[in-house]
Design a binder for this molecule. Structure first.
Ligand SMILES: Cc1ncc(COP(=O)(O)O)c(C=O)c1O
Length: 378
């Protein structure tokens, strides 16, 4: 008999979610609005420090509404991290605009601010600045928002931080995304907190959030009948799912702590092996360590990430390569990509392996994963 499957990052309920869901049923707000949505938004704002937010059906929807509000359209460019999940950038194409991908740096694996600056300077010389910049907080590690903001502010370019993976993470004591023009969060089933599926758009800009709220509900104008002066979407979060989110928010700090313990556990068990290292955490950052990611140099380690991943899979353990960079995706063939001498993201894709990081994992599970990783060495 096989061991039960060890997933990369399965949902982990705190216990009070069913109470909130029962309250939602009792109120009969089985709808994409209601008291749970209102309360979830209020508690989310208090937790992150972003004063205005709107709960949506996904993080992708949140990015889409932000770009829509900015009027991004055909002929426009939006600069984004290449090392990310595709949901970070598909909204650029929904709007008919072109993504321009920026490589990451070795010290954070996030968007390299120096490369962003070069790309923006080149764009300024051409007289065509990007309509927005979307840096990702990769695997829950905040990007260098202070530097990215400083570069973009000089040109008045809004920064939409993709903090989809970074709930509970901090940079210089501020919540991930809190100092961007706007930030996007995901509550997909694999995230550190989940509503099964859902997202949040949060900002200091009231106009953005008011407009996004309207756009998320088919852009209905205030009138007794259904009046529409612009095209909207059906992107609002359900009251039932917001109830789950409230329960998840209550235990988020505990989840971050456990994710960080798991990461430290991997580093303690595997850290000394030749050719194996981990995603670095820059000073001032407190990643939520959504996923612990190992970097395996095949020459020094004696096996590559694929061999390690297959050995784990044979034991019913899920591990996954690092995101395939967007500039390598066939669907984005021909899009611009800014890199330094070497494409750091390509190396990370070739050598990076996301390890099981579920917060309900036990130390025995950690031992089991690490024994298998170690066993692949010759
Ligand atoms: C970095 C990143 N951006 C965007 C998204 C999109 O979020 P969602 O799945 O809620 O649409 C995700 C996660 O799924 C993500 O990991």
């Amino acid at each position: 008999m096989k061991n039960p499957r060890l997933f990369l990052s399965p949902p982990h309920m705190g216990g009070r979610e069913p109470d909130f869901v029962r309250q939602a049923f009792a109120s009969n707000y089985i709808a994409p609005l209601g008291p749970m949505v209102d309360a979830f938004e209020k508690e989310f704002s208090a937790y992150t420090g972003l004063p205005h937010c709107v709960a949506l059906s996904s993080g992708t929807a949140a990015t889409h509404l932000a770009l829509r509000h900015l009027g991004v359209g055909p002929g426009d460019e939006v600069m984004a991290s290449t090392l990310t999940f595709i949901g970070s950038v598909t909204p650029v194409t929904f709007q008919g605009a072109e993504p321009v991908f920026i490589d990451c740096d070795e010290s954070s694996w996030n968007m390299d601010p120096a490369l962003l600056e070069q790309a923006i300077d080149a764009a300024a010389r051409r007289g065509k600045l990007p309509k927005a910049v979307i840096p990702t907080d990769l695997y829950g590690q905040p990007c260098d928002l202070p530097r990215i903001r400083a570069i973009c502010d000089r040109h008045g370019i809004p920064v939409l931080c993709d903090s989809a993976e970074a709930m509970g993470a901090r940079i210089q004591e501020r919540h991930a995304g809190a100092d961007a023009w706007a930030a996007v969060y995901s509550f997909n089933g694999n995230k550190i907190m989940t509503t099964s599926g859902g997202g949040m758009l949060a900002s200091h800009d009231t106009e953005l959030i008011d407009h996004a709220r309207k756009l998320s509900q088919q852009a209905r104008d205030p009138a007794p009948w259904y009046e529409h002066t612009e095209i909207g979407f059906n992107y609002r979060m359900s009251n039932i799912l917001a109830a789950i989110g409230r329960g998840q928010l209550e235990v988020l700090d505990e989840r971050v702590q456990r994710k960080r313990e798991i990461s430290a556990g991997y580093q303690a068990r595997l850290g000394g092996l030749p050719g194996l290292s981990f995603m670095p955490e820059p000073a001032g950052c407190r990643s939520n360590r959504w996923l612990t990611v190992a970097l395996i140099d095949p020459a020094a380690f004696g096996a590559d990430t694929h061999a390690v991943r297959e050995a784990l899979e044979a034991e019913n353990i899920e591990a996954r390569p690092v995101w395939k960079p967007m500039h390598l995706q066939p669907v984005f063939k021909g899009c611009s990509f800014r890199k330094g001498q070497e494409a750091v993201s390509e190396k990370l894709f070739a050598q990076g392996l996301c390890l099981p990081s579920g917060t309900a994992m036990t130390d025995a599970d950690l031992d089991r994963v690490c024994d298998i990783v170690r066993s692949r060495r010759p």
